[in-house]
Design a protein around this ligand. Structure first.
Ligand code: B12
Ligand code: SF4
Ligand code: SF4
Length: 362
């Protein structure tokens, strides 16, 4: 068996849904797209690959010996379950994050890298790393095609894939890009709850997946659209016909969290239970902020009492979002708590939220 066949069979045995090879040349089109999005503000303040497009699109800037990228996809559906319609007081987690699905991808790539190393080559695993644009690598290596949602789709799992690469100096034979596109389908565009998608371009500033993992306030105009989400967003993936069969074959209910329980948990517990989530500065305030918005949207038993309790929290960010939640929940408990806060609140940012919430009750 030649080295590439060996690499593919090791990848398949390790659970990878697809393994393709491409040259490690710079991704100049993606660099231009990254720069254009930053210039237009469509990056929404995100750093990641947007912070240094030159490094992100030229793997040789980090690994001068790179000749090839062995790119792999890991399908997490079926397997991740479905969060279901949900009961009041419960929040929803996007499927890629309901457990640490990256673990399967990383261990598959580690097996591929070990095979290359054993054959005397250099090999480094890159997953979700700011030194490589994973999707552009996957398209070049023939793993899948660009969807209008900006996701890379593959036959079978559709968009339900995580992507990663092994950078190597092995001059493996390369694969051809897939000749496929979305055709006439546009289903993901109207499915996006905030209108963040136009044809193949994402406005990260209003993408909920971004806003829920960004620091600071969730913009008021996006809070209703957050719905019951606490982490990630799957709406543009759920709408995608190529992924429907894989999704539909997964009856397990997973990815639900109890919002009141989350809001009562200690910092240590939140960070331990959600160790695989991207949380700005690893500060649990961002999870509590998301849970307060979701609680305002879903309601549920004791929702008003819990949100009212948060009006006394030492963190202004949480008081601000608790005020919004109370305005949305309404009722006598919410009204009384907000009126009391009007007199007591000294932070102008929170006072503005309290006033807006009281206004929405009137
Ligand atoms: C920053 C980032 C985000 C940001 C911005 C997303 C974005 N679209 O850029 C936020 C936080 C919003 C995000 C959200 C999600 N992310 Co993300 N994210 C990244 C990260 C770190 C960088 C992405 C990047 O460089 N974007 C740059 C812009 C310029 O690229 P783009 O938006 O993909 O745009 C391309 C298309 O427009 C394309 N294009 C080119 N030719 C053509 C032709 C046609 C016809 C079309 C339609 C398009 C098209 O050109 C652009 C690139 O040149 C990567 C990991 C990595 N290191 O690569 C993961 C990554 C892209 N994310 C991933 C995932 C799973 C998600 C979520 C599904 C998670 C969730 N459920 O909440 C959502 C999906 C939202 C969406 N529709 O994109 C996966 C995607 C896997 C896949 N199958 O595509 C990645 C690759 C992580 C991984 N290692 O698996 N993410
Ligand atoms: S992840 Fe959600 S908010 Fe972001 S583009 Fe997709 S549907 Fe829209
Ligand atoms: S929903 Fe349709 S247009 Fe959007 S990515 Fe999927 S196939 Fe393409």
């Amino acid at each position: 068996m030649d080295l590439l066949d060996h690499v593919r069979s090791v990848g398949a045995a390790a659970g990878l849904a697809g393994v393709g090879v491409c040259r490690a040349d710079p991704f100049l089109d993606t660099r231009a797209d990254l720069e254009a999005r930053v210039a237009a503000g469509l990056h929404g303040g995100l750093r990641f690959t947007y912070a240094d497009p030159e490094t992100a699109t030229d793997v040789r800037a980090s690994f001068p010996w790179a000749e090839r990228l062995v790119v792999a996809a890991y399908g997490y559906v079926p397997g991740a379950g479905n969060p279901g319609p949900g009961a009041p007081g419960t929040g929803r987690v996007a499927r890629f994050a309901e457990t640490d699905h990256y673990r399967g991808l990383r261990s598959g790539l580690a097996a591929v890298a070990a095979t290359l190393l054993a054959a005397g080559h250099r090999a480094e695993v890159l997953v979700d790393d700011n030194r490589l644009v994973d999707r552009a690598a996957a398209v070049r290596a023939g793993i899948g095609w660009w969807g209008r949602s900006t996701m890379v789709l593959a036959p079978g799992p559709g968009p339900w894939l995580l992507l990663g690469s092994v950078v190597t100096d092995a001059e493996l034979p390369i694969d051809e890009p897939m000749r496929r596109d979305c055709g006439t389908c546009v289903a993901c565009l109207p499915a996006c709850p905030t209108g963040a998608l136009t044809d193949g371009v994402l406005d990260a500033a209003i993408c909920l997946a971004h806003r829920l993992q960004a620091a600071g306030m969730i913009p008021p105009e996006l809070r209703e659209a957050v719905g019951d989400r606490v982490y990630g967003c799957d709406d543009c993936l759920e709408a995608c016909p190529p992924g429907r069969r894989a999704l539909g074959s997964d009856p397990a209910v997973r990815g639900r969290v109890d919002l009141i329980d989350l809001l009562a948990a200690s910092d240590a517990r939140l960070l331990r239970e959600h160790a695989h989530w991207y949380i700005p500065r690893r500060h649990p305030r961002h999870l509590r902020r998301n849970a307060l918005v979701a609680l305002g949207n879903t309601g549920g038993r004791r929702a008003d009492l819990v949100a009212a309790g948060y009006l006394g929290h030492p963190d202004w960010l949480l008081r601000a979002h608790a005020a919004w939640a109370l305005g949305r929940l309404g009722g006598p408990v919410a009204g009384a708590a907000l009126r009391a806060a009007t007199a007591a609140e000294s932070d102008t940012r929170v006072a503005a939220e309290v006033a807006a919430a009281l206004g929405s009750l009137a």
